[in-house]
Design a binder for this molecule. Sequence first.
Ligand code: NAD
Length: 271
Amino acid sequence: PELKFKEQVVIVTGSSSGIGKACAIYFANQGAHVVVNYASNAEEGQKTLEEILANGGSAILVKADVSREDDVLALFRETVSTFGRLDVLVSNAGLQKDSPFMEMSLQQWQKVIDVNLTGMFLCCRAAARQFVAQEKEASEVSHSELAIGKIVMMSSVHDVIPWAGHVNYAASKGGVMMFMKSISQELAPHKIRVNSVSPGAIKTPINQEVWSDPEKYKGLLNLIPYKRIGTPQDVAKAVGWLASDDSDYVNGETLYIDGGMTLYPEFADNG
Ligand code: NAD
């Protein structure tokens, strides 16, 4: 079959683990040059890189904390100096710092906002600037009607489902939703498409504490009409579609990848 991202350049932030790692591998398998990014776990980043190279893919590994402006600028500079351009940003890096609201420290609040929301701002701004700059520099005017650049943000079902005990996280993802829609509105005239995916419960290290405990796992399945936990690959395939020309008329949308978690599952048994 034809490779969907042949010779395209894709940055996936937070791709040393979980969903980001699955996205990096997906794009590499589809012919892209992939920039694997991590914040602190070099060993895991290296594993993602090696898996891609072992499959015959093309990738580099770049350390950058998405909440730091200088790191983000360096990440994009290194991408362009290595691969010459950028076609897709998957803005995925994110974390949780859980606490009951009344005990939540300013530090716990700030860290989650810094990475999950400000990190998106810094990466998306850098990507948009690069898309516009490279289009201007192109020696031939493109007559293609297709997007000149694509951004997919990793949100969460908690951009619509309130989440007690995780209010910093829910606030960050709610923020991601309006940030995504607003920049999509602003960037569409530049032929840049911006969308997000909102995963439900996906089996990754972020929620290991839930799926590794049989009681908690049972409780989790009660929230999922489709009765299975999602895989990072479930999310990667949806990200791939939103980053591809197959979704060229999709702008400012949130795609829920959640086995029905946002369908108010408790109403299913309510007569
Ligand atoms: P994970 O913990 O396995 O991976 C998180 C990744 O983000 C890691 O690669 C980590 O290095 C990176 N990261 C963290 N802080 C960073 C920083 N400051 N700069 C750069 N990278 C940083 O978790 P995951 O489940 O794969 O989560 C990925 C994204 O998916 C997050 O945005 C998360 O909110 C979202 N999400 C996950 C689920 C789920 O059920 N797993 C559900 C909804 C949304």
